[in-house]
Design a protein around this ligand. Structure first.
Ligand SMILES: *Cc1c(COP(=O)(O)O)cnc(C)c1O
Length: 469
């Protein structure tokens, strides 16, 4: 009997290492699809228990064909970080330690690591050093938490306590949001009773940035509590909203400014890219991810709020709030919706130490350089158009030349399918400005220049194979 899990964990580490070793050379798509996986996992509920070693061996065998190489070096589908080994190791310890990281008395190490990591994040992202930070599952929930703080603050200014009295009968809140905001921000508005359609959508330019003139015009029509939502890093183009103009106008109007910076906020760590997000520090709240550019394992995101009291008010379970506030001690649960939760601070702490400021900056720069190089290789081909100015790590590509839009859509879809089947790299597709495009997101820690080069060549080969002659 393996009482302490020792043999089981050693074997698990072997399985994990074998998986990672094979990742660079295997197809970057899953070998088996959803239907096959469903059939593989389907089984009646087990009546008798089994030896854990047999269970884990069986899990690894069953899952392996259906695993997507999201941690692989040529995975460019969606903005998905690569689960760096150091973050994974810290996450294993987090599980092994079994800490419930709700409050600092119950979990002193977890609370302290989180507090230090929070300070590091504010320093790296160059945001107000006294802002509060909640460790959540990702940018979706970070957007939710920040917007809950915003809702609390803007209603409080007109004498309404949304925590005690809810939204029934409350003064209406105006929400301004860019037309190309991420879908999860609309989800956060939906969760908060603010409605995903009851918003004022601001016109954007061809890269998805809000037009300042449209923003100020819309703002002028807003009376009462107002929240403006901007974006650092558009999911397709990587573009940044014009923060200085938006923050200035919004604050002159008394509005709260929230920024969804799931991946783009990390440009601030890199000296050559920092200017893209300049002025973002003037906002009131920021959502970002650990599991994207910081490469922590899934899941990890951060909800950062300038007015820490607003975040506490919005998130704290009523009874436990005041005593901790009085003592000045920080409880992880006070800044997030959950009480019992994973100690995400450990993996964040480990990743920031592993990479350091210089390592994060070098990685961001490398990813942006690779994206630009891939864009250049693709743009040089006839019948291929790169639709965005590659300032960050995102590239959107259209195939098929100047013919009718449907022909280009079909050609683009055919190239994506061909690239995925071929497996050298993985890319996805999306609709952008009513056209189908290939999306390339360069974000995995293990992606190097040669991977970018090889992948761009594979995409060109796929285009040559499917192009109408
Ligand atoms: C990924 C992303 C989100 C959602 O983040 P999750 O971590 O998946 O919850 C929100 N906004 C932008 C811009 C993103 O790239």
């Amino acid at each position: 009997m393996d009482q302490d899990g020792e043999r089981l964990w050693a074997r698990t580490a072997e399985i994990a290492a074998r998986y990672r070793r094979a990742l660079a050379d295997r197809p970057q798509r899953p070998q088996a699809g959803y239907r096959q996986m469903r059939a593989a996992f389907a089984a009646p509920p087990p009546e008798a228990g089994e030896d854990p070693m047999a269970v884990i061996e069986s899990l690894a065998t069953l899952a392996e064909p259906g695993l997507h190489a999201m941690a692989g070096p040529r995975f460019f589908g969606w903005v998905i970080g690569g689960s760096h080994p150091a973050g994974v190791a810290a996450d294993w310890l987090t599980s092994a330690w079994g800490q419930n990281c709700g409050n600092h008395e119950a979990a002193p190490a977890a609370a302290a690591a989180e507090e230090t990591a929070a300070g590091w994040l504010l320093d790296l992202l160059d945001l107000p050093r006294d802002a509060s930070v909640g460790f959540v599952t990702g940018a979706t929930v970070a957007n939710f938490v920040c917007l809950a703080a915003a809702r609390s603050a803007v209603l409080r200014r007109v004498g309404w306590n949304v925590e005690t009295d809810g939204l029934f009968g409350a003064p209406p809140i105006q929400v301004l949001i860019g037309d190309d905001a991420h879908t999860t921000v609309f989800a956060a508005l939906q969760f908060l009773g603010l409605g995903h359609d009851r918003v004022i959508r601001i016109k954007t330019d061809d890269a998805g940035r809000m037009l300042p003139a449209s923003f100020t015009a819309a703002l002028a029509g807003c009376a009462g509590p107002t929240i403006a939502i901007a974006q650092a890093g558009q999911i397709n183009t990587g573009a940044f909203d014009p923060f200085p103009a938006i923050v200035r106008a919004a604050h002159a109007h008394g509005a709260w400014v929230h920024v969804d910076g799931a991946f783009g906020l990390w440009a601030r760590v890199s000296p050559p890219h920092r200017a893209l997000a300049s002025g973002v520090e003037g906002a009131d709240s920021w959502a970002t991810d650990g599991h994207k550019w910081l490469q922590t394992p899934y899941d990890c995101g951060y909800a950062i709020v300038r007015d820490g009291e607003a975040q506490r008010r919005a998130m704290t379970a009523a009874a436990s709030y005041l005593p901790a506030a009085a003592s000045g001690d920080r409880d992880p649960t006070h800044f997030v919706p959950e009480l019992s939760r994973r100690a995400r601070g450990f993996a964040t702490w480990a990743m920031i130490r592993t990479l350091g400021r210089q390592g994060i900056a070098a990685m961001v720069d490398r990813h942006c350089r690779i994206a630009a190089r891939m864009a250049a290789i693709l743009a040089a081909e006839s019948g291929v158009a790169v639709l965005n100015t590659v300032e960050l790590n995102q590239v959107i590509v259209r195939f098929g030349g100047d013919g009718p839009p449907e022909r280009g859509d079909d050609a683009t879809k055919a190239v994506i399918a061909r690239v995925q089947a071929d497996g050298v790299c993985f890319v996805g597709g999306a609709r952008w400005r009513d056209r189908w495009v290939m999306r390339i997101s360069v974000i995995g820690w293990s992606t190097n220049d040669a991977d970018g080069e090889r992948s761009a060549r594979a995409i060109v080969a796929a285009w040559q194979a499917v192009r109408p002659s």
